[in-house]
Design a protein around this ligand. Structure first.
Ligand SMILES: [Zn+2]
Length: 176
């Protein structure tokens, strides 16, 4: 993720220019012709802006994720009165939750998606998750490890989009 592309987008929106994706092109929608400097800026960052606006397989673009993070951090900081770092920690958690919801795992009820083992009378495979699209089925003992892996998957996907928890950004947490 390129911050200067996000910056260019923000600058455009502040000037009332809306940018929409049109295949491999950017369309500018504005009440009047945008400043030449702004057009130059957008042209320079076109490839990164396209990447930022293009929806991922979960239907959200990088910009959508950055928007959710900013919105949640802003609410916690300004309405909740929390210090910025705590606000960002809450925002990061919200992003992880949303990512897990938007990237659900559905598995067959006949096997545990954690260990691959069978549904047993003394250790049944149970449905986990609230996803309307279906459930992941696991032995209850396999759930914690599997869920930790899922959270890691979310953290990695968010990191690829430039979204980090405040502690990860400080480099206190392992980046694995
Ligand atoms: Zn299992």
């Amino acid at each position: 993720m390129d911050m200067s592309a996000a910056g260019a987008l923000k600058a455009a929106r502040e000037e009332g220019v809306d940018i929409v994706l049109d295949g491999d092109d950017l369309l500018l929608e504005a009440p009047s012709r945008p400043r030449a400097a702004l057009i130059g800026l957008l042209r320079r960052h076109k490839a990164e802006i396209l990447e930022l606006l293009r929806p991922g397989k979960d239907g959200w673009s990088n910009e959508d994720w950055l928007g959710l993070f900013d919105e949640r951090a802003g609410i916690a900081e300004f309405s909740g009165g929390l210090p910025r770092e705590e606000a960002e920690a809450i925002a990061f958690k919200a992003c992880v939750c949303e990512w897990l919801n938007r990237n659900p795992v559905q598995s067959s009820p006949s096997r545990c998606v954690g260990c691959g083992g069978r549904d047993l009378a003394h250790d049944p495979v149970l449905p986990f998750g609230l996803e309307p699209t279906g459930h992941a089925w696991l032995h209850s003992g396999c759930w914690p490890t599997w869920y930790t892996g899922r959270e890691l998957e979310a953290v990695r996907a968010l990191a690829d989009m430039g979204i980090f928890s405040p502690s990860a950004r400080r480099g206190l947490e392992p980046k694995s």
